[in-house]
Design a protein around this ligand. Structure first.
Ligand code: BGC
Length: 766
């Protein structure tokens, strides 16, 4: 009897496999044909919050704990669940599981802004190759990263996740990031497409942007990443752009992304559930995340009432199936849950060291010897920020703080200060526990700076050789930073810097500042008080070791700023249209009835157009605290006269860089171009290419050769809806920063060229 049953079961399985095609790389059309409407709709909606739906099981149980979402399985057609998890400073999954003695920590790598400060594409690829290995080995298919929105304004709460104020640097960084992750056979999701440049009311805010600014600044970086690296997926943003939710914008998701740039993967929504599911699907948004039953219902109804055509539905499902067959889950990869975290921690440390920016170093205050007695000030020395808050946070096994980092490097720390800050942190933790206000995922609280007791500084200055002051800022998803007490120093921080500087300087001792910040802060009013400023941003779990390496000179800093440090916040033209003082109130969002649209909250006018970051400062000659592309070294470099020659498609420019100082070091070389006058109003100069030397020994030289195509010289002419490169003489400039041009040569574009594109995404009158 048993045998008969078994035979029947086997026959049954064989029959059902015969009747129902099982998905493979070569039968996507066949599987598509075999799918019911319900199944098709199911595949277009994530399964993170769903249970069993109309006989189609969701993939919750097969997902990885702590992953942000998944796509749904359809067992009868051999379609497995695939798993999506954040990103971008490392993989974010739950580190422990109930009843399981194993741990699932991931490496906390440097944040995007620090990676961009390296200006080193191969380094970024090395980092993300390691990061992608954790994605693969923890059973995840797509890392929801990189974050790559433009730093339109210094106070966007998520700038730390993003790369730069410049689209070329941002696009190249993103391409390198994608290549590194995807070299593991897992995918990326470049995000948030597009114009998600503020967190305030990010779900509804309408970014109103001219077509030129959109094409040149806010889409250009995505264009570069898509064309150079073909990410598996793109994440549309929450916000509106020129009147439409980006996830419902056919111009953005189909015309520009696929038709013009040749994107081949899937588009998924950011994590929400907007009512216009059908409009999203029609626009080319393939996957709704995290997914809800009502979205499936809406798609089914949309097909039934003809709002979305069968062809449009099939197009999206085909995209999904094409994505699914590439995934490790589909291929049955046996993940180990045991990536080499030790090796990856070393990658994280190295990357931080290669990217830290030295902003100031008066009278060669740095490097230190490493044997000094150090008075380490600032609560951030102990409450160190390795990453940021929200989905960009990584559950790492440990964070090396500045106390550990300095001690690991051999410094002797003033014990009274370490004890003082340790006690303050413990006191705060106890208070928080008593108040019962658990720190939420979105809002890990940063300890505010605390005043040092009277006389403390005098005693410490006498007992130690040098003061190191760590100033910290935390930021994250869901809220923008504020101008007061965030961009600006707090009064306690200012007083600390003043008192430490005057006391130590009176004794002929140096003061070094370490900026453990997620975004740009004001530096102009206080930088002259101190001898050196080191900027590691939020450098990941090993970052404080890297800071110590820079302080001792074990690592010669070679990072440069991927954005401008302005004198005043209001010097950025975007500040006139940014919610820099917005108070999140409990009532907003819950208010009943219509209300007047609020500027910078319900809509944001990008009135500054293309004049973002250095484009504004260099063209209008506005003084800055530290310019775009700036960073010091412990050595110096000279630049030869460049050689520029025309090639079939643009020009090739070479420059020889020589280490003219006394220690080994690397130099980032920035190639800027000034366009001929006439035609469109252009920035005084724009970054068109960059490179970084290898480590050059004193006296050693290296020739860097960079290519720029005619298309890359083009600006966007709205009237013609075309990219245009004017004929005439271009000034090719090699700079150590945008304000420090070292060598110049001309290039002549003989014939004007133009590349027409679709006239889409125009702002609607408000
Ligand atoms: C964030 C995304 C993230 C997603 C999943 C959203 O709130 O904006 O960046 O990937 O959540 O966690």
């Amino acid at each position: 009897m048993k045998r008969i049953l078994l035979t029947l079961a086997v026959l049954g399985m064989a029959f059902s496999a015969f009747a129902q095609p099982q998905l493979n790389e070569n039968n996507i059309e066949e599987v598509l044909k075999a799918m019911t409407l319900q199944e098709k709709a199911t595949l277009l909606v994530g399964g993170a919050r769903a249970a069993m739906v109309n006989g189609v099981t969701s993939g919750v149980s097969a997902s990885v704990p702590g992953a942000a979402g998944n796509t749904r399985n359809i067992d009868r057609l051999g379609i497995p669940v695939t798993v999506l998890a954040d990103g971008p400073a490392g993989l974010r999954i739950q580190p422990t599981r109930p009843g399981d003695p194993n741990t699932y920590y991931c490496t906390g790598f440097p944040v995007g802004t620090l990676l961009a400060s390296s200006w080193d594409l191969s380094l970024v690829e090395e980092v993300t190759k390691a990061m992608g290995n954790e994605v693969l080995e923890y059973g995840v298919d797509v890392l929801l990263a990189p974050g790559m929105n433009i730093h339109r304004n210094p106070l966007c709460g998520r700038n730390f996740e993003y790369f730069s104020e410049d689209p070329l640097l941002s696009g190249k960084m993103a391409a390198a990031y994608v290549k590194g992750i995807q070299s593991n056979g897992v995918g990326t999701s470049i995000k948030h497409y597009a114009a998600n440049n503020q967190e305030t009311n990010r779900n509804e805010d309408d970014a109103i942007i001219s077509q030129r600014a959109l094409r040149e600044i806010y889409l250009k970086n995505f264009e570069i990443a898509v064309k150079e690296a073909q990410p598996w997926t793109v994440m549309s943003s929450y916000n509106k752009l020129n009147g439409d939710y980006t996830q419902q914008s056919e111009g953005l998701l189909t015309t520009v992304l696929r038709d013009e740039w040749g994107f081949k993967g899937i588009v998924m929504t950011d994590w929400g559930n907007k009512a216009g599911t059908v409009k999203s699907a029609k626009a080319g948004n393939d996957l709704m995340e995290p997914g809800n039953q009502n979205e499936i219902d809406r798609i089914v109804a949309g097909v039934q009432d003809g709002t979305i055509s069968q062809e449009e539905l099939d197009r999206n499902v085909r995209n999904m199936l094409t994505y699914i067959v590439r995934t490790p889950r589909f291929k049955g990869y046996k993940f180990s849950n045991k990536p080499d975290l030790k090796a990856h921690a070393q990658v994280a440390r190295k990357a931080a060291g290669e990217a830290i920016v030295l902003l100031r170093n008066e009278n060669a205050a740095l490097p230190l010897k490493g044997s000094e007695k150090v008075a380490l000030y600032g609560v951030s020395s102990i409450d160190f920020v390795a990453g940021g808050t929200g989905s960009g946070d990584v559950n790492k096994a440990y964070v090396v703080n500045m106390v550990d980092g300095m001690q690991n490097a051999g410094f002797t720390l003033d014990k009274s200060l370490v004890d003082f800050y340790t006690a303050y942190k413990a006191y705060d933790a106890a208070q928080t526990a008593v108040a019962g206000s658990a720190m939420s995922w979105f809002s890990r609280r940063k300890l505010s700076e605390v005043a040092i007791p009277e006389n403390g500084i005098n005693n410490q200055a006498r007992a130690n050789d040098v003061a190191v002051v760590v100033l910290g800022r935390n930021a994250g998803e869901g809220a923008d930073r504020k101008m007061m007490d965030d961009f600006e120093l707090t009064s306690v921080e200012r007083e600390l810097l003043q008192r430490v500087s005057s006391t130590y300087h009176a004794l002929g001792k140096k003061v070094i500042v370490v900026l453990n910040v997620g975004g740009v802060i004001e530096t102009n009013s206080w930088k002259n008080l101190v001898d050196a400023i080191v900027l590691p941003w939020s450098p990941g779990q090993e970052g404080a070791n890297a800071v110590a390496d820079v302080l001792t000179g074990k690592v010669n800093p070679s990072g440069k700023l991927p954005m401008t440090f302005p004198v005043n916040f209001m010097d950025h033209p975007s500040s006139a249209n940014f919610p820099y003082n917005y108070q999140q109130t409990a009532t907003r969002g819950f208010s009943w009835g219509p209300r007047q649209p609020q500027k910078d909250v319900d809509y944001t006018n990008y009135e500054e157009g293309i004049w973002v970051g250095y484009r504004h400062f260099v063209t209008r000659d506005v003084a800055v605290s530290y310019p775009f592309g700036f960073g010091l070294s412990y050595t110096s470099f000279s630049y030869s006269k460049p050689v520029v020659k025309a090639v079939a498609d643009g020009f090739q420019a070479s420059v020889t860089v020589t280490n003219t100082g006394s220690v080994a070091g690397k130099e980032v070389v920035e190639l800027y171009v000034s366009a001929p006058a006439g035609g469109l109003d252009k920035p005084a100069r724009e970054l068109k290419a960059f490179g970084k030397t290898k480590e050059l020994k004193p006296g050693e030289s290296q020739t860097l050769t960079l290519n720029v195509s005619a298309y890359e010289l083009a600006s966007f002419n709205e009237a013609a809806s075309a990219w245009e490169a004017a004929a005439g003489s271009y000034k090719v400039q090699f700079g150590a920063s945008v304000d420090d041009i070292r060598a110049t040569a001309p290039f002549t574009l003989k014939k004007a060229q133009s590349w027409p594109v679709h006239n889409v995404l125009a702002p609607q009158a408000k």
